[in-house]
Design a protein around this ligand. Structure first.
Ligand code: PMP
Ligand code: GLN
Length: 385
């Protein structure tokens, strides 16, 4: 193959292959139990599969409307109103997108001009920084306080400058498994009051919040809803992470700009899957039952780890459990993650992958979206260390 004769100046000079791909590949090579990448090892509901088959066979295989089919936008708007008390207009304020990663990327592309600053909390879900940099923006990092990963609101206020265009907030949070409280949301609302800063709210784990806490959506707080793109993913909610289907809701003016970019970025999102999801969403039980479903898995995994030298950090939401290993090893988390996979047959994600510089915390992230057999085998191996 003849190679490009010139030079391309990389827009992401520091980016390598994502840690999820690296660890899942290593797990596959070594036949390890894969508790690294965040996806279930079980299938979605048979009814959802039947609906997809039905719509694939119904001749609905050409472009759907640009913003998504209306029945699905209506179901999304109804859900937002029922759960968070804010009524989004399905015509102008709800857009179906090919996954939350895309939704965030498109929101950043809508807002950010070269030199604009976007505030990110660190540890940071890995797609946010690159999304900002590709648009020529400058990520500004505000550290979350280890070990509870609390937000330092004074530090956030100090990070705001006249160039701050947007802020990305992720609750429930990947990788920390922390969840923002109502008090946090009121602080956020107050820090942003009087600014033009737009919030990109990554709420893909909105239905996975534990121990009786409730999800504090930006949509619930008028001062935040008015300035937020709220992004969610059907992948997490319906155990279909490979579908790359999600949605974005935002006030009309923000959404009009988002759609201008969206129509030239992807134009439309998979049609048959939208029809299937619109039918499936009629039954709220599937998402309302999700927190209890995953809390049981979290508790099952933790019960298997009891008495071990791993120290669980609180998992208040998401399907991740962080385990501190300072009593087990002095190794850094990346080395331990590799050794655990290769020598012991369990793969996890080193939490330093979500920092620009390794913070030195001895913590690995384990995904418990797995069958009980998988979790039991993983916990048994880990407990012996
Ligand atoms: N944001 C966070 C915090 C995630 O964990 C994920 C999951 N992989 C995504 C976004 C991406 O969601 P999607 O698969 O819909 O792109
Ligand atoms: N979000 C997944 C995780 O945290 C990774 C897969 C992805 O969507 N990038 O493990």
């Amino acid at each position: 193959m003849p190679q490009f004769p010139g030079r391309i100046a990389s827009k992401l000079p520091r980016a390598g292959t994502t840690i999820f791909t690296v660890m899942s590949r290593l797990a596959a090579e070594h036949g390890a139990i894969n508790l690294s990448q965040g996806f279930p090892d079980f299938d979605c509901s048979p009814r959802l599969r039947e609906l997809v088959t039905k719509y694939f066979n119904a001749g609905l295989n050409q472009d759907p409307p640009m913003a998504g089919i209306m029945p699905l936008r209506e179901r999304i708007a109804e859900k937002m109103a029922a759960l968070y008390g804010t009524r989004y207009d399905p015509e102008h304020e709800v857009t179906v997108v090919p996954g939350a990663t895309y939704g965030i990327f498109n929101a950043v592309a809508t807002l950010v001009r070269p030199g604009d600053e976007v505030i990110l909390f660190e540890p940071t879900y890995d797609s946010y920084g690159p999304a900002v940099e590709v648009s020529g923006g400058v990520p500004v990092y505000v550290p979350l306080r280890y070990p509870d990963y609390a937000v330092d609101w004074a530090a956030l206020a100090r990070a705001i400058t006249p160039r701050t265009r947007a802020l990305v907030v992720n609750t429930p949070n990947n990788p920390t498994a922390s969840v923002l409280s109502g008090e946090d949301m009121r602080m956020l609302e107050s820090v942003l009051r009087g600014t033009d800063i737009v919030v990109i709210a990554d709420e893909v784990y909105e239905h996975i919040v534990f121990d009786g806490m409730r999800h504090e959506s930006c949509a619930r707080y008028p001062g935040l809803a008015a300035r937020s793109y709220v992004v969610s993913s059907f992948g997490k909610t319906y155990h279909v992470t490979g579908w790359k289907m999600g949605y974005v809701v935002a006030p009309g003016e923000l959404m009009a700009e988002f759609r201008k970019v969206h129509q030239f970025n992807v134009f439309v999102t998979n049609g048959p899957l939208q029809y299937a999801l619109a039918d499936y969403m009629k039954d709220p039980d599937a998402y309302l039952a999700l927190a209890a479903f995953y809390q049981k898995k979290r508790d099952f995994f933790l019960a298997g780890m009891r008495g071990s030298r791993w120290r669980p950090l609180p998992s208040r939401g998401t399907f991740f459990q962080n385990l501190a290993y300072d009593e087990i090893s002095d190794e850094n988390d990346s080395d331990l993650a590799v050794r655990l996979t290769v020598e012991h047959g369990v793969a996890a994600i080193p939490v330093s992958a979500f920092y620009r510089e390794p913070p030195g915390h001895k913590v690995l992230r384990f995904c418990f979206a797995k069958s009980e057999e998988t979790l039991a085998r993983g916990a048994e191996i880990l407990s012996k260390l």
